[in-house]
Ligand binder design. Structure first.
Ligand SMILES: Nc1ncnc2c1ncn2[C@@H]1O[C@H](COP(=O)(O)OP(=O)(O)OP(=O)(O)O)[C@@H](O)[C@H]1O
Ligand SMILES: [Mg+2]
Length: 331
């Protein structure tokens, strides 16, 4: 493995056992993250972005979810194989997550100050007056007004936006090597959003933090990310460096996403929104999950899983359109 690679995710698969059947929420996700790299994960609602993030942290919501395949290598060590006690030492310290919903990461029974200081103490990163100072500094950095007052408050005494900023502070407090941010700014207003993005850039610059940034907002991806994984129906359909992805989207779904987002795509008069719905993840169709919506669909797309076409040694896209001849019979 490239020594620069901090996190490598291979063939990750997570399923939920539901009354309707097995939901294949994450069905073969691959990417790697270098030191100081920001990877964007984009895709429509339900494409498996959050479940990918929770799978990396081994913290799936509910009781019916299981990661059934793949590897999550942190400096070559497969997190999926570690005993929970070792994972607990990593979670929140070397690898931390900002959740889509701040209530997921905050405990209603403790004040904000208690929770932040406890996280530091648990990971042996400081206690007492030092810890207090660090917490205050971080709360100021996430633009929480009057940090001294907020320290003594319980989460229920705060607005959604304030809680999200506390959750961001909680994820950053131990200076993680890998930060997973799941739509961290969606609940915040535009000015604060910009401040948080600035803060994440600073965190990366100062500490070399590697960041997985999940978002619907392709404009944010353009401002923050070095590379992008585009997810569709639980899979990465295209993975490339940001500039290349802008310049030349290879997968028809990526091209569609860009057309429906004026910031991301080329300038155009009219907003183009993609027609159709993603497939049911309990009974996904044979072949390519995007076939039903794809403007370039061919008969083989409805029959066989598309092959991965390599862009370079790290990047790829999965489509029949440009598959080398002969692949159809090999796949
Ligand atoms: N606890 C659960 N039980 C059963 N299915 C679930 C559960 N959580 C998520 N799923 C299913 O897994 C799939 C992926 O969900 P996920 O939350 O990862 O989507 P997402 O890409 O994060 O969407 P959004 O953009 O809306 O946040 C969805 O089909 C969802 O219904
Ligand atoms: Mg989500």
């Amino acid at each position: 493995m490239h020594s620069d690679v901090v996190l490598k995710v291979e063939a990750l698969q997570t399923q939920f056992d539901t009354r309707r059947g097995l939901v294949r929420a994450v069905d073969g996700v691959d990417f790697s993250l270098r030191r100081g790299e920001v990877l964007g994960i984009v895709g429509e609602s339900g494409s498996g972005k959050s479940i990918t993030a929770f799978s990396l942290m081994r913290a799936l919501p509910g009781l019916s979810g299981r990661t059934v395949g793949g590897r999550v290598l942190l400096h070559g060590v497969d997190l999926l194989k570690l005993p929970e006690s070792e994972m607990r030492a990593i979670r929140g310290a070397r690898m931390a997550m900002i959740c889509q919903n701040p209530n997921t990461s905050l405990n209603p029974l403790f004040t904000v100050g208690e929770q932040l200081e406890e996280t530091l103490r648990f990971h042996a990163k400081g206690a007492g007056a030092d810890a207090r100072q660090r917490v205050l500094r971080l709360l100021a950095e996430v633009q929480l007004p009057s940090p001294e007052v907020q320290l003594r408050r319980y989460p229920f005494q705060m607005s959604g936006g304030m809680k999200q900023r506390v959750a961001i502070a909680m994820a950053l407090i131990c200076e993680p090597e890998v930060l997973i941010a799941d739509e961290p700014t969606t609940a915040l207003d535009v000015t604060i959003q910009a401040q948080i993005l600035h803060l994440l850039r600073e965190v990366r610059r100062k500490h070399g933090t590697s960041i997985v940034f999940i978002t619907h907002d392709l404009g944010v991806v353009a401002q923050l990310c070095d590379s992008v994984a585009v997810m569709y129906a639980g899979r990465v359909v295209e993975y490339n460096e940001i500039r290349e992805l802008f310049r030349r989207p290879r997968h028809p779904y990526t091209a569609g996403l860009m057309q429906s987002n004026p910031v991301f795509g080329r300038r155009q008069e009219r907003l183009h929104s993609m027609e159709g719905q993603p497939p049911d993840l309990v009974a996904p169709p044979a072949g390519c999950a995007f076939a039903a919506r794809c403007p370039h669909v061919q008969p083989i797309c409805r029959e066989q899983t598309p092959p991965r076409v390599a862009i370079d040694e790290r990047h790829f896209y999965a489509c029949w359109r440009d598959a080398p001849p002969g692949v159809a019979h090999a796949a």
